[in-house]
Design a protein. Structure first.
Length: 181
């Protein structure tokens, strides 16, 4: 049994986008010739935002079967298939890299037609446009990290109300512009 690591929020690292781009290249090779879209999401995708030092990658496909047939290839690239959240998020396949902790990447594979896909991009894009909201989010994450320690699921649940409020605001503010899609 691996000891649980505390949630740690670190200052923004300008190397995060380059790390994402390098991993995107790996993923595009694994999924060639399937039509995929690879997006940098999560807090590491927002310039200046403190985050857990794990790059979140959103992989969009037309059909999850294209992901499931490549589980062995992802494993060969040191991704661990994490099934424990599929009951809660059946539209997503989650992978973590490397297999050994600490993780460097979380890969969220979903169909591009899902609300999960849209919400991830909407949240990222809104934080990129609204530095004041990104700053509030960072402060919340730092406080919750201190409060929840090693309880990563509790930490994630505690962010939900803030995230939902931001998504509602983003929907309103971006409703006439197509900035989020």
């Amino acid at each position: 049994m691996v000891a649980a690591l505390p949630v740690e929020i670190v200052a923004y690292d300008p190397a995060w986008p380059a790390r994402f781009e390098a991993e995107k290249t790996v993923l595009l090779e694994i999924f060639r010739p399937v039509s995929v879209q690879v997006e940098h999401v999560g807090s590491t995708a927002v310039p200046g935002l403190g985050a857990k030092p794990v790059i979140d990658i959103l992989l969009g496909v037309d059909d999850l079967a294209d992901v499931e047939t490549r589980i062995p290839d992802l494993g060969a690239a040191d991704y661990e298939y994490v099934q424990r959240y599929e009951a809660e998020f059946p539209e997503r396949r989650l992978f973590a890299k490397p297999r050994q902790r600490p993780r460097a990447y979380h890969l969220h594979a979903v169909e591009r037609s899902t609300a999960f896909w849209r919400r991830q991009l909407l949240f990222r894009n809104f934080l990129r446009c609204r530095s004041d909201v990104a700053s509030d989010y960072c402060e919340l994450k730092r406080r919750l990290a201190a409060d929840y320690g090693t309880d990563r699921d509790g930490y994630a649940r505690a962010k939900t109300a803030f995230i939902e409020a931001v998504l509602e605001r983003a929907d309103r503010e971006f409703s006439h512009a197509k900035l989020h899609l």
